[in-house]
Write a protein that binds this ligand. Structure first.
Ligand SMILES: C[S@@+](CC[C@H](N)C(=O)[O-])C[C@H]1O[C@@H](n2cnc3c(N)ncnc32)[C@H](O)[C@@H]1O
Length: 114
């Protein structure tokens, strides 16, 4: 599959990204599920435990990194306000594999969008 510009694809990330050729992308911005933060959403509760979530996260991170040109950037949203330990574990695991650049923190109240 080639990558088309200005096109929205609706698919599971691990179904879609592996179909793309390596290194056509300069920037990826991801806002993935944070794991059991939104209890009413099935997509945020699709893993049996934290280990499975970490494994899934690293799988899509590897796919995203494969798509980036050398020097390309991947921004990944996280939520340190609710499941800090899991986000820290994911950052640690990701940093062990990939070059880490910056941590950007949006300092705001969590939960009610004020
Ligand atoms: C934290 S929300 C992002 C919300 C988004 N930033 C917005 O403003 O609508 C996580 C999103 O990941 C999507 N998602 C869950 N599992 C996915 C998967 N396997 N592949 C791709 N997207 C997935 C969910 O549908 C959800 O919209």
């Amino acid at each position: 599959m080639s990558m088309q510009l200005n096109t929205t694809h609706t698919a599971g990330c691990l179904d879609f990204m592996p179909q793309l050729p390596a290194a056509p992308v300069h920037l990826i911005v991801a806002d993935p599920p944070y794991f059991r933060v939104l209890l009413q959403e099935a997509w945020d509760n699709q893993w049996p435990d934290e280990a499975a979530y970490l494994d899934w996260s690293l799988r899509w991170l590897r796919e995203a990194m494969r798509l980036l040109v050398p020097g390309g950037l991947l921004y990944v949203f996280g939520q340190v306000g609710k499941r800090e330990h899991l986000w820290l574990h994911l950052q640690s695991r990701a940093c062990a594999e990939f070059s880490f650049h910056d941590l950007i923190i949006w300092d705001r109240a969590v939960g009610t969008n004020e």
